[in-house]
Design a protein around this ligand. Structure first.
Ligand code: HEC
Ligand code: HEC
Ligand code: HEC
Ligand code: HEC
Ligand code: HEC
Ligand code: HEC
Length: 268
């Protein structure tokens, strides 16, 4: 091989790898081992909020995604009500929620139990000294829903498709929702040159719960293959797909739900 063919081979190789900077097998193997093991099902997507409560000497607030997402789509909270998708970012204060913002938009004593001064037992329903009651209610909640191996142990996509859960898509009764553009109905292949990845992404499935702005432009560039450095290790560290699929939607442990012909990784 002369130096020109070597150079050409290197160029071909690099352009195959593209921006994804695929890792070699053993490097990726090490990253895959860092995926946290699935904890108790009730805990997945359950947030403990103690930023302000700690200073005020109150018990922390425990917010369960599972109970809320069965009733409302992600869009209701993360678009309409302005909750951030990063824990702690919203900076919710008592003054705000008693004035009807954030949690107070629903917890008004009508749609859900209220937040105003008065009955101390109501405070304790959010400011939890322990989570026993919440854990017990999870058992009853999950029992009729289709099962998955990871995350909440619930196949949320299946539950949505079969109508076992039918979350509301808006707090107002007239639900204005932009239709999905025609060209996004077909699932798209997200393909880098990495040999084992063959991931399909469905706008249609995601749009039933989320808004365009949940992903564009912050998480994904709107141009297909325009997302720089889009790879499995980045996913696992909570970027890209992992922004949701490590925290609330089924986690990365469930390989075969994205890589349809892969068996689930058994390194943990
Ligand atoms: C009833 C309101 C509500 C609904 C519905 C809801 N969320 Fe959230 N979500 C929250 C709140 C509150 C937080 C915490 C925000 C904060 O701490 O600033 C949060 C945080 C998150 C986070 C960050 C979690 C972390 O550990 O860093 C992600 C990701 C997220 N939500 C995704 C979703 C997805 C996906 C859906 C739909 C399946 C959804 N949420 C439905 C209220 C909601
Ligand atoms: C979009 C409406 C909505 C928003 C926003 C919302 N909730 Fe709820 N929440 C409900 C409903 C409905 C229930 C069930 C009815 C009831 O228990 O009164 C509920 C129940 C709960 C429960 C009882 C246990 C459980 O999980 O079922 C807790 C705790 C709770 N919410 C905390 C919060 C906190 C904390 C926030 C803000 C960070 C919040 N909720 C925001 C609608 C909402
Ligand atoms: C629907 C859920 C919910 C209920 C009910 C609720 N709170 Fe809160 N509360 C929150 C959330 C969320 C925070 C912010 C948590 C954090 O970041 O530490 C908070 C924070 C606080 C703080 C911290 C100081 C501040 O300015 O934010 C105090 C004090 C507080 N709540 C008192 C109460 C009292 C008293 C009651 C009962 C009358 C009550 N809360 C009922 C959700 C609730
Ligand atoms: C759950 C995340 C998510 C949501 C929600 C989402 N997208 Fe996307 N979108 C993606 C991903 C991932 C890609 C591919 C990016 C890449 O390959 O770099 C993409 C690509 C695109 C593309 C380029 C398609 C092509 O064939 O070149 C367009 C246009 C687009 N999205 C528009 C939208 C619109 C409009 C909405 C709302 C109706 C939306 N997206 C909602 C994740 C999302
Ligand atoms: C903004 C949040 C968000 C992002 C980003 C996101 N998803 Fe999802 N995805 C969801 C939610 C919510 C569901 C519903 C199922 C669940 O919660 O487990 C879902 C469902 C899916 C399903 C359907 C599973 C089934 O069994 O039908 C696949 C496949 C999927 N996502 C792949 C991806 C891929 C690949 C990416 C990155 C390109 C991605 N998602 C990015 C939120 C997200
Ligand atoms: C939520 C969807 C999702 C899940 C779950 C998932 N992956 Fe991936 N995976 C992706 C995406 C997206 C890419 C990068 C885009 C592409 O290459 O098509 C990728 C790429 C890969 C690659 C190619 C190399 C690289 O770094 O890009 C391998 C190997 C891989 N994943 C293995 C796994 C294994 C093993 C699991 C289970 C532990 C898993 N994946 C779970 C979405 C997922």
């Amino acid at each position: 091989m002369n130096s020109t063919t070597l150079f050409l081979a290197a160029v071909v190789l690099l352009s195959c790898l593209g921006n994804a900077q695929a890792m070699d097998r053993s490097e990726l193997g090490d990253v895959l081992k860092t995926i946290p093991p699935n904890g108790p099902f009730w805990k997945y997507g359950t947030l403990v909020m103690r930023r302000r409560t700690k200073k005020a000497g109150m018990a922390p607030v425990v917010f369960a995604h599972w109970s809320h997402r069965a009733r409302y789509t992600c869009r209701v909270c993360h678009l309409d009500l302005g909750f951030s998708m990063r824990a702690g970012d919203t900076g919710i204060s008592r003054a705000q929620y008693t004035a009807g913002k954030y949690c107070g938009a629903c917890h008004d004593g009508v749609t859900a139990f209220g937040v105003q001064d008065g009955e101390p037992s109501l405070c304790a329903r959010c400011h939890m000294k322990d989570t026993q009651a919440l854990e017990a209610s999870f058992e009853t909640f999950a029992a009729p829903l289709p099962i998955a191996g990871f995350g909440n142990g619930i196949d949320w996509a299946g539950a949505l498709k079969s109508g076992r859960v039918s979350p509301r898509n808006s707090l107002s009764f007239a639900a204005p929702s932009m239709p999905l553009p025609e060209k996004l109905h077909l699932p798209m292949k997200l393909s880098t040159a990495a040999p084992r990845s063959d991931v399909t992404f469905s706008h249609e499935d995601h749009f039933s719960e989320l808004d365009c702005s949940s992903c564009h432009p912050d998480i994904f560039n709107i141009k297909k293959k325009g997302t720089v450095d889009f790879s499995m290790d980045k996913n696992i560290f909570g970027n890209y797909c992992g922004a949701c699929h490590m925290r609330v939607a089924f986690p990365m442990n469930d390989c075969k739900r994205c890589h349809s012909y892969m068996s689930n990784f058994s390194g943990f």
